[in-house]
Design a protein around this ligand. Structure first.
Ligand SMILES: CC(=O)SCCNC(=O)CCNC(=O)[C@H](O)C(C)(C)COP(=O)(O)OP(=O)(O)OC[C@H]1O[C@@H](n2cnc3c(N)ncnc32)[C@H](O)[C@@H]1OP(=O)(O)O
Length: 164
């Protein structure tokens, strides 16, 4: 669920770890989430109202749509350093099985190489497993094969797309 409520699977790391991984909060609009996402793909700024509308839509999906963010609690300014999303697809096949989809993983350019991306993706995979998904899948460029392999993914199938 996209919410302000604490949740053990999205709780912060070990003691003395300044990196706190938690679920998206409405106030993260002020902490640079949109600018961070623009490092991944076209992401024009959203007004606070537009952000709030989308936040409410996603929150209504409950645990079927989880956005995690990471911030450095030792920093003077609260900024989102990394984010990633999991949405859960409910199927008829596999006895009404569920599939997790990891999307929109991005780490601020200045914070890369500190395993924030690894930690966000691993946490999303844990959440999917705990939600009863039988698999977690994602699409990425060939350059990211090694990164997602480190996150525990194996190559499977071919990505196809129709863009509008
Ligand atoms: C499903 C999707 O959303 S795909 C879109 C992915 N996002 C992007 O491409 C946006 C731009 N890139 C980024 O935001 C970041 O570079 C990310 C998310 C790809 C990686 O995040 P980081 O926090 O920098 O990676 P992290 O430090 O966790 O790296 C973990 C391991 O993967 C490796 N790795 C990281 N990026 C890459 C890469 N591009 N290619 C190969 N290996 C990589 C690291 O070397 C590290 O391995 P090590 O432990 O052996 O040193």
């Amino acid at each position: 669920m996209t919410s302000t409520s604490p949740e053990s699977a999205a709780a912060g790391g070990e003691t003395n770890d300044p990196i706190h991984i938690r679920r998206l909060e409405l106030s993260d609009h002020e902490r640079g989430l949109v600018a961070l996402l623009s490092q991944l793909s076209a992401c024009p700024d959203l007004t606070a109202s537009e952000f709030a509308t989308r936040f409410a839509e996603l929150a209504a999906q409950g645990d079927d749509h989880v956005i995690l963010v990471a911030e450095d609690t030792s920093a003077t300014e609260r900024r989102i350093l990394a984010t990633g999303c999991l949405f859960v697809e409910r199927k008829f096949l596999r006895g009404g099985g569920k599939v997790g989809h990891v999307e929109d993983v991005v780490v601020d350019a200045a914070a890369r190489g500190r395993e924030l991306g690894l930690r966000i993706v691993r946490r999303l995979v844990e959440i999917a497993r705990d939600a009863g998904c039988y698999k977690v899948i994602l699409d990425c460029t060939p350059e990211l094969r090694a990164y997602y392999a480190k996150c525990g993914f194996v190559e499977k199938g071919v990505q196809m797309a129709v863009y509008f």
